[in-house]
Design a protein around this ligand. Structure first.
Ligand code: SF4
Length: 463
């Protein structure tokens, strides 16, 4: 019998984690007995952890990394003998912190090879290295294998897709690529992949989609940081998926620059079942966009919004309206643009409150006007806290967080919340700008969390 491995995910945006299914396949292929736990939708199970030789915790994003802290403490308490690894995009960014919490090995980037090497070293050969021997970050090409989803909670337990008709769909999740060709300054992918991206072979993606459809998926979220880093690869995959599963819908995340340059591919997306295109617009202010190194302008956003509209592809823009460069007028300008482009019905109200996150290694800290207001890295919060040079902006941010939270709790509509936000942000009072005719809201996923959200106590209590 092979060694015993436990793979744990704390949170992956309401999706069944590819980041557990993929290494599970590699490790089982090597003969390991692998048990998987997704604490976002199920309770912590101490039994397999107590018996494990290797416990590996997956941290693909900020919130997951915060939630990993108490998990690591519990694992160390239950089984001090096990080798503990933390892996995923945020692992390398927070390596020092994770080691302090008890991680013996930290793996970032393309982690499957490192995990397999670790298993062979510490479980099969029984070595106890004094220092980490696997690379902290690897972007080497890997020979992917079909993810093994055995033992993960059923897809029904994860976020659903809600269509404008009210119909809900069971959602599966896979990836056609990792990393990114681009170097946007605020992006956590950049310090790890540094402009590289790695593809998952077509047949592996197809097999993963197939097994999730067989498990009940009616919709697939392609979780790539950017679906059009390799547009030929991506469109070959969606064509093949659509041919095999014509009723399956899907959603993707694509940067504005790619949507602008590859407008010729929008009809392909629509014809193959795409029902939602998410894009990180971040801002309408060209000076802010230049600082973020986003590679697009306000005009590009407008043109892309119109092109998506013309193609009948619902647009899910996301924003970071609170930055060290935001002014009160600029914030009102952001709201005015949403109204002018008729995006209010499509924008989730939480987007009015998103505040720039400065994780460890952020390229933004290269900018003096970010480095100056930013504090030292906060090992509890896992980011560099920052204050706006104009305290009115920090007050407004706090007020809007409370306002949007309460408005959503009592069920105010998106248009009502937009008006509430406008009045709170407009120091001279006054009515919000008139909105164009109402649109039906685009499809959305029933996942209320965002990358910069704080974990709730309920998450910790599952331990
Ligand atoms: S395009 Fe998206 S994933 Fe790529 S660096 Fe920019 S923000 Fe990150």
């Amino acid at each position: 019998m092979g060694g015993r491995v436990v793979l744990i995910s704390t949170y992956e945006l309401g999706r069944q984690p590819f980041g557990l299914a993929s290494p599970a396949a590699w490790l089982r292929g090597a003969g390991a007995t692998v048990s998987v736990q997704d604490l976002a939708v199920s309770a912590f199970d101490p039994g397999p952890v107590c018996a494990a030789d290797l416990v590996a915790v997956f941290v693909p994003m900020h919130t997951a990394t915060k939630l990993a802290g108490p998990v690591l403490a519990k694992v160390k308490e239950l089984n001090p003998r096990a080798h503990v690894c933390v892996f995923g995009l945020y692992a390398a960014l927070n390596a020092e912190h994770l080691r302090r919490l008890g991680a013996d090995t930290v793996l970032g980037g393309e982690f499957e090879t490192g995990l397999l090497g670790l298993y062979r070293q510490v479980v099969e050969r029984g070595e106890r290295p004094a220092h980490q021997t696997q690379p902290l970050v690897s972007t080497e090409r890997q020979a992917f294998t079909t993810p093994d989803r055995t033992g993960l909670p059923p897809l029904e337990k994860y976020a659903r897709l809600v269509l404008p008709s009210g119909e809900t769909r069971v959602v599966g999740h896979t990836e056609t690529s990792r990393g990114c060709r681009h170097l946007c300054r605020h992006c956590p992918v950049v310090p790890v992949y540094n402009g590289r991206f790695r593809v998952v072979p077509e047949d592996v993606v197809l097999a993963d989609v197939r097994q999730q459809v067989n498990a009940g998926a009616q919709h697939i979220t392609f979780g790539d940081p950017d679906f059009f880093n390799g547009p030929a690869h991506a469109t070959r995959i969606v064509r093949r998926v659509h041919e095999e599963f014509p009723a399956l819908s899907y959603d993707v995340t694509i940067k504005i620059e790619h949507l602008r340059r590859r407008g010729d591919l929008l009809p392909v997306l629509r014809r193959t079942g795409c029902v939602l295109v998410t894009s990180a617009v971040e801002a309408f202010d060209d000076a802010v966009l230049a600082r973020l190194d986003k590679g697009h302008t306000r005009l590009d956003v407008e043109n892309v919004a119109r092109a998506l509209d013309a193609e009948g592809l619902p647009f899910n823009p996301t924003f970071v309206p609170f930055t060290p460069w935001t002014t009160l007028d600029g914030y009102l300008g952001f709201l005015s643009e949403l109204a002018r482009l008729n995006l209010v019905d499509g924008v989730s109200p939480v987007q009015y409150t998103i505040r720039l996150l400065l994780p460890a290694g952020s390229r933004l800290l290269e900018l003096p006007d970010v480095a100056e207001p930013a504090g030292a890295f906060d090992a509890t919060a896992l980011y560099h806290p920052w204050r706006h040079p104009d305290p009115r902006l920090d007050r407004l941010h706090g007020d809007l967080v409370a306002l949007v939270t309460e408005a959503q709790r009592v069920g105010r509509t998106r248009r009502e919340i937009f008006a509430d936000v406008w009045r709170a942000a407009c120091p001279a009072g006054g009515d919000p700008p008139p909105l164009p005719p109402r649109r039906s809201p685009p499809p959305h996923l029933t996942e209320p969390w965002y990358c910069c959200a704080e974990p709730t106590e309920e998450q910790f209590f599952r331990l």
